[in-house]
Design a protein around this ligand. Structure first.
Ligand SMILES: N[C@@H](CCC(=O)N[C@@H](CS)C(=O)NCC(=O)O)C(=O)O
Length: 202
């Protein structure tokens, strides 16, 4: 039985839950309360020395880091495939999976953290800067999606990596501008997927 050490609001845990759902894998969810620092207990650090969720345990295998977990799931449970068939396509999927983590999730997490502060401590200048940065990322994605339904051509792990933050953009005060037609269509296409519509964000 697969076990997932999870914190519901974590976009990295959400990435893994999306892939588990796409592959229709059953698993046990183990709640790690980050608000109580449970990820830094000796027991948890034995699973992941970085003290971060998600961690996936599949029989004797202990795997951490959402990207590595999702690649493991793809290797171990290849159907349905979530990487393109060609080497070039797979490389592109990996490039954008990495971009989602480092540019999109990382940027939006700064905004989430700022907006979570008590109202009188929120730095509006920063909020505006983070929103502008996210819009710049969306503009870049618009160009990358030209002539493609999905970021690496076929639906893949890369698209799923964007989903957690794509879903909460309105809550962060970021509307996808109407001129970004490719991003809007891609986002709608993703929202139609059962794995995405049923994703628990809280
Ligand atoms: N690169 C890691 C990042 C994981 C990560 O940053 N997890 C956060 C939750 S969103 C965490 O566990 N933070 C707790 C901490 O750093 O103490 C991945 O993709 O899994």
């Amino acid at each position: 039985m697969i076990k997932l050490y999870d914190f519901p609001q974590s976009p990295y845990c959400q990435k893994v839950r999306l892939v588990l759902a796409e592959k229709d894998l059953s698993y046990e969810k183990i709640f790690v309360d980050l608000t109580k620092n449970e990820q830094k207990t000796p027991d948890f650090l034995r699973l992941n020395p970085y003290g971060k969720v998600p961690v996936l345990v599949d029989d004797d295998e202990v795997i951490y880091d959402s990207t590595i977990i999702n690649e493991y799931l793809e290797d171990e449970y290849p159907h349905p495939p979530l990487l393109p068939a060609t080497s070039g396509g797979r490389a592109r999927a990996r490039i954008f999976e990495d971009f989602a983590d480092n540019a999109f999730i990382a940027q939006s997490s700064l905004l989430v953290a700022e907006l979570r502060k008590p109202a009188d401590q929120v730095d509006q200048e920063r909020v505006q800067r983070y929103r502008t940065d996210l819009l710049r990322v969306l503009e870049f994605l618009e160009r990358q999606l030209e002539g493609r339904d999905y970021i690496a051509g076929t639906f893949s792990l890369a698209d799923l990596a964007f989903v957690p933050r794509l879903l909460i953009l309105p809550r962060l005060g970021v509307e996808i501008p109407a001129r970004l037609k490719n991003v809007l269509a891609w986002s709608e296409r993703l929202k139609q997927r059962p794995s995405v519509s049923q994703l628990q964000l809280e």
